[in-house]
Design a protein around this ligand. Structure first.
Ligand SMILES: Cc1ncc(COP(=O)(O)O)c(C=O)c1O
Length: 386
């Protein structure tokens, strides 16, 4: 259709859609999808090509090798999926837990609850270790829960609980789970790319994430890493399904550096660009420290406004800050008022909807945006307090 003739023009058609999704400019402090580097969006506009071509294989292999190094997963297998992260949450249960098996699900907020639902809706039993909002799971608590429930096959950990802005102590929790001989499944949807993951060394068996979070890409691509022990176990698990049969993904990758079904090529190009940017700025730890600095800047700014943070001290998230709405102020009103001023924060989640609001700090975010946002937030809080 390269020769189609329009009544209007291509630009007008595109602008109609732009007006629908971007009626006014907003600076994003969302929980995801987050803003992308403009250069990354540009790379995504390359013309498409076949996912069975040599060029795709080169892109796929290069991206996997870079991710393997980023996740320190050289002893394991990293895969790409045409999905959002929840797909791999489901795959972890279907591929690595026996049909009548049980899983210890740690819950510190909304996404831990989702893991529980995913376990149960796939016919497995969930034993729940739940903490209060703002709290992490502590290693001794996990140890105790595993002593009481020795028959569970795996433990699930939300590395970064996006609803409360809490970062769980993954290294220590994984170590406890390993002492008990359990598989460790990690939801790193809002952590991967901002909080360290030493996949092999820490003894993680499954970790997954989504593209629209800390790597700062559009949604549509899920990233997963899988240990050899988990893959071995999957060989004896029946009914793994088709779309998320992890062993099928491994086979396609090993044979032809591709995926069983069509992958989101623009997102993979974008991820490759971001992984190269990470190398350019000095590698993984230089990138992670940018996230640390940005999170600290947001937290300090919020505290200077007299506001308090939900997360327990020492467990604050590098990617999202959950702020308690001050006395007499509704968190949703803060969100709405900030949006009117051109800043899209994230609403409080679930039970915390009216009691909090969240400031995401992932993706493309020049430092001056943070300063401006904090200044406006101060004004909004003052107005709403009156
Ligand atoms: C911790 C966590 N887990 C899972 C999800 C679900 O991710 P997705 O919507 O990409 O499936 C999210 C999304 O915000 C999340 O923050």
């Amino acid at each position: 259709m390269g020769d189609v003739i329009l009544k209007t023009s291509f630009n007008e058609v595109v602008n109609e859609v732009k007006d629908m999704v971007w009626p006014k400019p907003l600076k994003l402090f969302t929980a995801g999808p987050v803003a992308c580097f403009p250069e990354v969006l540009q790379a995504m506009s390359f013309q498409m090509f076949s996912h069975r071509s040599k060029e795709y294989q080169t892109l796929h292999k290069d991206t996997i090798l870079r991710l393997t190094s980023f996740l320190e997963a050289q002893e394991s297998i990293v895969l790409l999926f045409p999905a959002s992260g929840t797909g791999i949450m489901e795959a972890s249960v279907r591929n690595f837990v026996s049909p009548n098996g049980s899983v210890l699900v740690t819950v510190i907020g909304a996404f831990g609850k989702r893991y529980r639902e995913v376990v149960e809706s796939n016919g497995r039993k969930a034993v729940v270790l739940e903490k209060g909002l703002g709290e992490p799971v502590l290693p001794e608590e996990l140890d105790d829960a595993l002593r009481k429930n020795p028959s569970v096959e795996a433990v699930t950990i939300t590395y970064n609980e996006t609803s409360t802005g809490v970062l769980n102590p993954l290294k220590e929790l994984a170590s406890v789970a390993k002492e008990h001989g359990k598989l460790v499944f990690v939801d790193a949807v809002s952590a991967m790319g901002a909080a360290d993951i030493k996949f092999d060394e820490w003894g993680v068996d499954v970790v997954f994430s989504s593209s629209q979070k800390a790597f700062g890409l559009p949604p549509g691509l899920a990233i997963g890493a899988f240990s050899k022990a988990a893959l071995k176990k999957a060989e004896n698990i029946p009914n793994r399904g088709w779309y998320f049969d992890i062993l099928k993904y491994v086979k396609y990758q090993e044979k032809q550096w591709s995926t069983p079904s069509t992958p989101p090529i623009p997102q993979i190009i974008a991820l490759n660009v971001v992984l190269r940017i990470i190398d350019e700025i000095g590698g993984k730890y230089a990138w992670l420290s940018l996230y640390q600095e940005r999170a600290a800047k947001v937290r300090e700014g919020v505290k200077k406004l007299g506001l308090s943070i939900l997360a327990r001290k020492g467990f604050e998230s590098p990617t999202i800050t959950c702020v308690r709405a001050p006395e007499g102020v509704d968190g949703l009103e803060v969100y709405e008022a900030m949006r009117k001023r051109g800043y899209e924060l994230a609403k409080g989640y679930g039970e915390l909807k009216n009691k909090s609001f969240r400031i995401g700090h992932m993706g493309y975010m020049p430092n001056e945006y943070i300063d401006e946002m904090l200044e406006e937030l101060g004004k909004v809080i003052e107005e709403l307090r009156r």
